[in-house]
Design a protein around this ligand. Structure first.
Ligand code: S3P
Length: 177
């Protein structure tokens, strides 16, 4: 069995950009949980949050996680909150190697400020301390990843290279079920 590669980590750490390239390099199918949710519900993430609320979003997200966790050989980019739920995290771990993309709060703030509108959890004047606090609250989940990759100051292609290096460090045998 070839395990999925599951990118986890905070908003703005580059999961989608990195996941797309990683899938290309590995000749695998790429799936983004947020895009799946939008496809299935026919609504944007923003509208799901504003019109139906976060609880509904999280339940759609858990459904998508359940479905994808049963498959193999995928590269999956998750929404930043998808693994802030131990059940989702364990489902994804069963058939997958969890790769956590990390970044300094200042970098995250810079990256999310550009697309804040599409991220309903970030208030209008979000600051670096808000990001720090959310990161702290989520730490206990993110730290359960198999691999951690620091992304600050790196382009997506370099991040892909580092992920592949870690996956190929044979001693882990990470990709085999
Ligand atoms: C969320 C992250 C978002 C999206 C939703 C909630 C979170 O995805 O799923 O806005 O709770 O961190 P990205 O991490 O791709 O921004």
């Amino acid at each position: 069995m070839e395990k999925n590669i599951v990118l986890i980590g905070f908003m703005g750490t580059g999961k989608t950009a990195v996941g797309t390239r990683l899938a290309q390099r590995m000749g695998r199918e790429f799936v983004d949980t947020d895009k799946e949710i939008e496809r299935i519900t026919g609504m944007t993430i923003r509208d799901i949050f504003y019109k139906t609320g976060e609880t509904r979003f999280r339940s759609e997200e858990s459904l998508v996680v359940k479905r994808l966790a049963d498959r193999t050989k995928l590269v999956i980019a998750t929404g930043g909150g998808a693994v802030i739920n131990q059940e989702n995290l364990e489902l994804l771990k069963k058939n997958g190697v969890l790769v956590c993309l990390e970044a300094e709060p200042e970098d995250i703030l810079r990256r999310v400020s550009k697309k804040r509108n599409t991220r309903p959890l970030l208030k209008k004047n979000v600051n670096v301390n808000d990001i720090r606090q959310m990161l702290q609250e989520r730490e206990e989940y993110y730290r359960q990843a198999d691999i951690h990759v620091e992304t600050s100051g790196l382009e997506p292609d370099e991040i892909v290279k580092r992920i592949l290096q870690k996956l190929n460090e044979g001693k882990h045998g990470l990709l085999k079920g």
